[in-house]
Design a protein around this ligand. Structure first.
Ligand code: ZN
Ligand code: ZN
Length: 418
């Protein structure tokens, strides 16, 4: 199976598909799958741009909307995770994963799917210690602070991935596992990106949970992006001697190493995206403790669903089939000939794919659950205890202060052509 791996997309779908077409022609090959490692920017219309964290000059529609509207069709099945520049309102609707456009599948905030016989897992967002232990408290439309914390990885999503026992072939994270540079040509990396040096020496460059997952899942391949450079490494796991080949790629720009073809051993097709039985069982089991507030998340085992849903999911999939629920266009796509009425604001909206999946798993819909913060805004005329208000505003202030020193985002924003 030939898989094209791409670093950060930054909305450049047209260019990546054109590059894939060119490679297929020149090398006389067929590419079976495209994997994008985040900063995908799935903006359906102008409203979605308001949920995209990036400097205003980069807030443009780019090319995704054409695939959302049906004007263009993705020529290769495409799988992606979220990074730190996303239409976060749209990805939140598809928290459990789903089609963002025909033939383009989002893996979810964390998720595992099957493609043919290959098992692919992913973790969206970037690591920031400050928000790691909190729940998913952000709801669209986002304020300035939530716009930047919504893409910070949460422990809950990582914990679900740590409950995977069956082998995973490929794993994708947007930021690199911390310490991965020790397994490749770190001197060369520092020569190309001297401003990484201090963070590398302090071992603070990258994602702590990604490293934990790398050691737990031991996939054959691990792909990342975010730092906008190419870097390869080989990790040999101490426990069983197995090997993970790590590859990070650049973003989609002329003359940059943004795309690489990887040949993965696999049975012949059909190569289609399918639900993963073990992952759906994990989703079912952990939904009872889904943290949706700003509070620190503690897993209290007595709250966790005791049942192992593997057999239950298997039986349900046998009846229904394993293909994901169909893509549904649920907001008007961007129309270059007219600007969208601002009244249809990018507030919470239930995606029919998510509703269908939750019905299938017999789970309640929780993604629009109000949190303390949104209640505070909605009920601002009510008297709240000073304690709550002070606590919230402190959280917001320090979160903002922290964002400005956060290397990954900072590095990207400094990048002239981010
Ligand atoms: Zn990024
Ligand atoms: Zn990027």
């Amino acid at each position: 199976m030939k898989i094209a791996v791409e670093g950060c997309l930054h909305g450049e779908l047209d260019k990546v598909y054109a590059t894939i077409h060119h490679m297929e022609m020149v090398e006389n090959i067929k590419i079976d799958l495209l994997i994008c490692c985040g900063d995908f920017q799935a903006a359906r219309n102008e409203n979605d741009l308001e949920s995209l964290s990036c400097p205003p000059k980069y807030r443009c529609m780019n090319s995704f909307w054409k695939y959302y509207s049906g004007q263009s069709i993705a020529p290769v099945p495409t799988i992606f995770i979220g990074g730190n520049h996303e239409a976060s309102n749209y990805l939140w609707e598809l928290y459990y994963g789903g089609w963002v456009a025909p033939n383009i599948y989002f893996l979810g905030f964390s998720g595992v799917i099957k493609f043919g016989k290959i098992r692919i897992g992913g973790l969206s967002g970037i690591y920031n210690q400050r928000h790691y232990h909190l729940g998913h408290f952000e709801r669209p439309p986002y304020n300035e602070s939530d716009l930047r914390s919504v893409y910070h990885i949460r422990e809950y999503d990582v914990m679900k991935l740590k409950h995977i026992n069956d082998p995973v072939d490929i794993f994708i994270s947007h930021d690199w596992p911390v310490g991965i540079y020790e397994y490749g040509n770190v001197k060369n990396l520092i020569r190309h990106k001297p401003f990484f040096k201090e963070e590398i020496q302090k071992r603070t460059l990258g994602s702590v949970p990604a490293t934990e997952l790398l050691n737990h899942l031991k996939p054959q391949y691990w792909f990342s992006a975010h730092l906008h450079c190419k870097f390869a490494a080989v990790v040999q796991h101490k426990v069983d001697g197995s090997i993970t080949k790590f590859l990070a790629l650049d973003k989609c720009l002329p003359g940059r190493d943004f795309l690489q073809i990887v040949d993965v051993n696999s049975d012949p097709g059909p190569y289609e995206i399918q639900y993963d039985e073990e992952w759906l069982a994990i989703t079912r089991k952990f939904n009872s403790v889904f943290p949706l507030s700003r509070k620190t998340f503690h897993l209290r085992p007595e709250q966790l669903d005791k049942q192992d849903y593997r057999e239950w999911v298997k039986n349900k999939l046998n009846v229904r089939g394993t293909q994901p629920f169909d893509f549904v266009q649920n907001v008007p796509p961007f129309d270059p000939s007219q600007s969208l009425a601002k009244s249809s604001a990018s507030g919470p909206s239930r995606n029919p794919q998510t509703e269908s999946l939750l019905q299938f798993l017999e789970l309640p819909y929780l993604l629009d659950t109000a949190t303390e913060a949104s209640m505070l805004i909605q009920n601002s005329t009510y008297a709240y205890s000073g304690d709550v208000c002070n606590k919230l505003s402190d959280d917001v202030k320090s979160a903002e202060a922290n964002d400005t020193i956060e290397l990954g985002e900072h590095t990207e924003d400094e990048d002239e052509d981010a």
